[in-house]
Design a protein around this ligand. Structure first.
Ligand code: HEM
Length: 411
């Protein structure tokens, strides 16, 4: 230790960073789960990268000629450890997206995005968008029937962007769909560009977090040790929090291995290699809201503005998710505060923001359900009406109940 201390001044590092306080509240572990899942994705992804072939050249597989990308994933599934690592990779992606959505909900409903944490909220939103991009590019790589169908939907969405669509779609999809250069390009996005951006953004997220400190859980309001929110109540990162986080990470890995062992995921052998027929396939749950919203828009709706054509694909695939992200980005600037807010709020004492969040959540859920209107035998018009009624109904009911509660408690 002395040898290292003389060279690296570890004591100074310890005093500066490892003594930082981590709040003792389980909801603060959600961000850590997203972080752990990302680490698991990188480690398992390195293993998969050694076996995967990013090419669509035709190769023999079980007496048929199929794209090399597809054949390499089927071969991977037949290798010792190949299938389990592929499943752990996929389940880690599910865990990362679920935990970052829950982490986002914790930040939103407790108001942890308020001054001075607006920048970290925006960095977090960028992480959410780019993580969805990682999942999307990953789907194409096995080059199964499912991959090609899902990618073609996205291709037509990007192509429908007025003025820029043709250029952007060629840039992302490496030419007209389906181009032979698409798989290598998506491979580059998935294993190089997107992970590099995620690592840079997580780094920025953590540096800002260390600088600003965590918010104080609402349950600590009034505790004198918190000094009005200026001091964080919790435990130091090293060794106490590490003694919780390391076993917790091991437990998560254990859960992922168990899941991967018993629950198959994205079984590409069932879909088969791409063929001319396009089967009806729904995207994964986290893209269902965009897919479902597309189903609610009349197919013949189209407007031309300054020579640019806006089609249902533009509205459902670009304008709708873009508006949702824009509203989310504006939240800390609309819910403005003069003084820094270092305490989290109890969601029950924020009638408007809680009602807005729950109403918005119901709207997104209903658009996701709309992805199944063909199975549910509901017309797009009726579904749109149910979606609007449910959204406004939940917003109004929550707002009324919480406002009455606030009035009662303030008396
Ligand atoms: C890959 C995605 C993400 C990772 C790995 C991540 C990681 C973390 C971690 C470890 C923390 C500290 C623990 C905690 O407060 O839970 C944190 C805090 C924070 N995150 Fe994230 N996060 C991600 C996405 C997001 C998203 C989507 C948002 C919101 C749009 C966000 C906004 C914030 C904010 C505002 C804080 C400070 C919270 C406080 O002080 O109470 N993060 N993040």
């Amino acid at each position: 230790m002395k040898w290292f201390e003389e060279r690296l001044e570890l004591k100074k590092f310890n005093e500066k960073f490892l003594t930082k306080t981590f709040p003792s509240h389980p909801t603060y572990l959600l961000g850590e789960i997203a972080l752990f899942s990302f680490i698991s994705l990188v480690v398992t992804g390195i293993f998969l990268g050694l076996l995967y072939e990013p090419s669509v050249r035709l190769v023999p597989l079980f007496h048929a000629m199929v794209p090399a990308a597809y054949a390499s994933v089927v071969n991977m599934d037949m290798k010792p450890m190949g299938m389990i690592i592929r499943r752990i990779h996929h389940w880690s992606a599910m865990l990362m997206i679920s935990s970052l959505i829950l982490h986002f909900l914790r930040i939103y409903f407790t108001g942890a995005y308020r001054k001075p944490r607006e920048i970290n909220w925006l960095v977090g939103l960028a992480l959410m968008g780019i993580s969805l991009g990682a999942a999307f590019t990953g789907y194409l790589l096995p080059y199964s029937q499912f991959s090609v169908t899902a990618t073609s939907i996205a291709y037509y969405m990007v192509k429908s962007i007025p003025w820029l669509g043709g250029w952007l779609s060629r840039l992302i999809f490496a030419g007209e769909f389906p181009s032979t250069a698409m798989v290598p390009r998506f491979f580059f996005f998935h294993v190089m560009l997107i992970p590099a951006v995620i690592i840079a953004l997580i780094g920025a997220h953590m540096v800002i977090l260390v600088k600003q400190k965590h918010t104080e859980p609402a349950s600590n309001i009034g505790r004198p040790e918190a000094k009005g929110g200026k001091r964080l109540i919790g435990i130091p990162i090293w060794p106490e929090q590490a003694a919780i986080s390391v076993p917790f990470f091991m437990f998560l890995m254990f859960a992922l291995v168990l899941l991967a062992t018993y629950v198959p995921i994205n079984v590409i052998e069932l879909y088969g290699a791409p063929s001319p027929g396009t089967p009806v396939m729904r995207p994964d749950w986290y893209f269902l809201w965009v897919y479902g919203f597309l189903k609610l828009i009349p197919g013949d709706l189209s407007v031309t503005i300054f020579g640019g054509k806006i089609t249902p694909e533009t509205i459902g695939g670009v304008i709708f998710p873009g508006t949702v992200f824009l509203i989310l980005a504006l939240i800390p600037f609309l819910d403005r505060w003069k003084e820094p807010q270092n305490y989290n709020s109890n969601p029950l004492s924020r009638p408007f923001m809680t009602a807005f969040g729950l109403g918005g959540g119901v709207f997104i859920l209903m658009t996701a359900v709309s992805g199944y209107i063909d199975v549910l035998h509901i017309s797009p018009r009726a579904m749109l009406a149910y979606t609007i009624i449910a959204t406004i109904g939940v917003f109004a009911a929550v707002y009324a109940v919480l406002s009455a509660r606030k009035k009662k408690t303030s008396h």
